[in-house]
Design a protein around this ligand. Sequence first.
Ligand code: SAM
Length: 270
Amino acid sequence: MRRGWRAPRRKERRTLNRFDVLTLFPAMFQGPLQESILRRAQDKGLVTIAVHDLRDWTHDRHRVVDDVPYGGGAGMVLKPEPVFEAVEALRQGPRSTVVALTPQGLRFGQGMALELARLPHVILLCGRYEGFDDRIPRGLQALEVSIGDVVLSGGEIPALVVLDATVRLIPGVLGDEASALSDSFATGLLEHPHYTRPPRFRGMEVPPILLSGDHRAIARWRRKEALRRTRQRRPDLLSRASLSDLDRKLLAEIEREDAGVALENRDERD
Ligand code: SAM
């Protein structure tokens, strides 16, 4: 994540994380927040997620939240007044972090999810139409976050992406904490491939080592396949990953194996 923003470090972990979401479409959150891991995390009391209708902070009969852009042009812009009022009502002093979802923000990723999971209170602002009046993120000192170089119709799905990725990293949320630690990106690499039963399916075999019961050999195979996958699919990650001596040895093996395959393929073509 961008240098210059780091979640404040805490001496001890709090037991509760709270997320307040400000949106014009609260119903979009109903399904995702009521299923699976996000549901369980709330049921276990590990996180509170409250979704608020931004129109609740308007004062006119038509509950207007947007207006035409100064300077002309297409689309509508979210007005500052209701957003400021809402955030001021929800904010809990310095323990709160305001996140504005925008395609122009810092790129969301596993690192940022980990940082957000450490925060006691996050307010997520979902934009719509042409987006926020620029004084909103500026005046609220919001962290502007993008889920990728793509433009969605609103901030609701990006907010759900942030919520899902972040909440599963809060200690106690996943049944098996180790699974988040070995997930893609958590280690700086893509994760190794997975297999389940049956051992042979439509002519495709599970790698025999996984059936061997030899846990050391399996761990080595998994690390090697994680390296192989990352090298093939995301060399950019590999160049930034911190690699052990064993990793370097495994990568040398992979390079030799791949060179052998390339040679075999050439011989077959000739
Ligand atoms: N006119 C804006 C621009 O070009 O930057 C795009 C506005 S978009 C149609 C409406 C809202 O969707 C944004 O205010 C934001 O909240 C949300 N949104 C769209 N794409 C997003 C992304 N990649 N990451 C985070 N939020 C996004």
